[in-house]
Design a protein. Structure first.
Length: 140
């Protein structure tokens, strides 16, 4: 049978990120994008000790790996994405901003194809095309 554990995590991620976008827009009513980044980062800092305690055993093998650098770079790029997401929320409609930024799998799929050698099937192509169409429709 299928291992659907990933699907549960994906759905939880979907819901929590949905709240993240909504709460960011609510907070943007009285805070600047820069202020939101600082406050949101404080939320990350507050959860870091919990994650470190819970998951530190998983960090050991990566300490000598070049993948540690990639992981850190992912955190930097994610933080920059958060900064520009909050800037966009300040001036844009929540539904439009979230729809456009939620299309990041388009970028991920292209990078995975070109740099990781992942397959690009017709079905994936159609799905990505629908995502682009969705962005255009929701951005109107």
């Amino acid at each position: 049978m299928f291992n659907l554990g990933w699907l549960f995590y994906a759905i939880v991620s979907l819901v929590t990120w949905g709240f993240w976008g909504f709460l960011g827009k609510v907070a943007s009513r009285s805070m600047s994008g820069e202020g939101l980044v600082l406050i949101s980062s404080a939320g990350w800092v507050a959860t870091f000790p919990i994650f470190l305690a819970a998951f530190s055993a998983h960090l050991q093998p990566a300490l000598g790996s070049r993948d540690l650098l990639w992981g850190l770079l992912g955190g930097v790029v994610g933080s920059l994405g958060m900064l520009f997401f909050y800037f966009a929320l300040q001036g844009g409609e929540t539904s439009r901003v979230v729809a456009i930024t939620a299309a990041y799998p388009l970028i991920t799929a292209l990078l995975a194809y070109f740099f990781l050698g992942e397959q690009f099937t017709l079905v994936k192509g159609i799905g990505l095309l629908f995502a682009l169409i969705g962005i255009v429709i929701l951005s109107q």
